[in-house]
Design a protein around this ligand. Structure first.
Ligand code: ASP
Ligand code: MG
Length: 403
């Protein structure tokens, strides 16, 4: 007998047929002698639709009520899945997040879980019931319903798995697991059987989004292993867990992020405090800066380039223009025609020469590198957008196929 937490994402339960399919799957698992807690997202695009309803009333709806509205999406899924489970002859008990003991802070729309009191969940699974919990939501100490940020059902599932000391946490989705690269673009992309939390986090920040990053961070912090697998196709999926350096792949995945844009400020006075001024202003405006490159200063000036999400380029430009005037920098150029290409692998930490191999591979293929950034387990390069696809294919060949 095992205690299993299963999470089904919105695309796995987007219509009644799929809900029935999931119910059957859950019931079969239970009848193998397991205790099951299911966490569900809202059906299909429900959350987007609810947001759009709110936006038709106000472009900045009150966040407390927005959370109340959004939380209903997951509750619909809970109720329907419970009904479908009961149809297959098992008893189900459905919980909205607040009833499942998920306590959060009051930061509406992106609340953090503070603690979980799982006694009600445990009580019900002990009575041999299947417990179905609404993902993505909790309750604040002010007794308001909160939500955990987009994709937050992943976090609900991981946190519950930790709180009830589940034997396994299974994240069911519309892909078969985590791949060495985007299988829609790279035909030879392979399923990765196991991967570390760190690599998955780096993948998310490199444009390969499979799971909510906050959920992965939570899993890493509390060492909660989980499996990502497909709802509709049988397979082993990908196990995400702590991995020892020596068993990790040098490069486990190659990712592309085409939603980046570059902004360059020319002839910035080369004196202390200037970079601080620019990036603090961006930070205060909530703009996430990714790569930063400053060239070597000459006659008291330096050029500064950095990347931001393409959707924030106008906002960034407005802020930077103001500061550029103040500090008397020469000019600003924005460039949306770039992309970021990254190789990720925990085994990189004790293997020299990986960066050289990456740069040579790009060079051999006539791809110019405009910016570089590295972490212990990732190397990223900014290249022209038109070169992105080729870079992805060639790096996948170099590091994964011909390994
Ligand atoms: N329904 C929420 C969203 O679309 C939460 C989730 O899917 O995990 O973001
Ligand atoms: Mg989701």
């Amino acid at each position: 007998m095992a205690i299993i937490v299963q999470k089904y994402g919105g695309s796995s339960i987007s219509d009644i047929e799929k809900i029935k399919f999931v119910a059957k799957k859950v019931v079969e698992r239970k009848r193998q002698g397991n205790k099951i807690v299911v966490v569900v997202s809202a059906m299909g695009k429900t959350t987007d639709n609810l947001i759009s309803l709110a936006k038709q009333i106000s472009s900045f709806p009150p966040e407390r009520e927005l959370d109340l509205l959004l939380s209903t999406g997951e509750i619909v899924s809970v109720a329907l899945l419970c009904m479908a489970i009961e149809n297959y002859g098992e008893q189900a008990e459905g919980f909205p997040g607040y009833f499942a003991g998920i306590k959060t802070d009051a930061l509406h729309t992106k609340a953090r879980i503070q603690k979980i009191e799982p006694s009600k969940i445990i009580e019900e699974i002990e009575k041999d019931k299947i417990v179905v919990v609404a993902g993505f939501q909790g309750i604040s100490s002010e007794n308001a319903i909160t939500t955990l940020g987009r994709g937050g059902s992943d976090l609900t599932a991981i946190a519950i798995a930790g709180a009830i000391k589940a034997d396994i946490c299974e994240i069911y989705t519309d892909v078969e697991g985590i791949f060495t690269s985007d299988p829609n673009r790279i035909k030879k992309a392979k399923l990765i059987p196991f991967i570390s939390y760190e690599e998955l986090l780096e993948m998310a920040s490199s444009g390969a989004k499979v799971m909510q990053s906050r959920a992965v961070e939570f899993a890493k912090k509390y060492k909660i292993p989980f499996i990502v697998k497909s709802t509709f196709k049988d397979g082993e999926g990908t196990m995400v867990k702590e991995i020892e350096l020596k068993e990790g792949a040098v490069v486990s995945s190659v990712a592309i992020d085409e939603n980046q844009a570059k902004i360059s400020i020319f002839r910035v006075p080369d004196r202390p405090g200037i970079a601080g001024k620019i990036f603090s202003a961006l930070g205060q405006a909530g703009i996430n800066v990714d790569m930063i490159v400053q060239n070597v200063g000459r006659d008291g000036f330096a050029d500064l380039s950095f990347t931001v999400n393409i959707n924030e380029i106008e906002k960034t430009k407005n802020i930077v223009e103001k500061i550029a005037k103040e500090i008397e920098a020469e000019k600003i150029i924005t460039d949306p025609d770039i992309c970021k290409i990254s190789i990720i692998g925990i085994g990189m930490m004790n293997q020299p020469g990986v960066a050289g191999r990456m740069f040579s591979c790009l060079g051999k293929n006539g791809i110019n590198i405009e910016m570089i950034s590295t972490s212990e387990i990732k190397i990223s390069c900014v290249v022209r957008k038109k070169d992105g696809e080729k870079a992805l294919i060639e790096l996948h060949k170099e590091f994964i196929e011909n390994k």
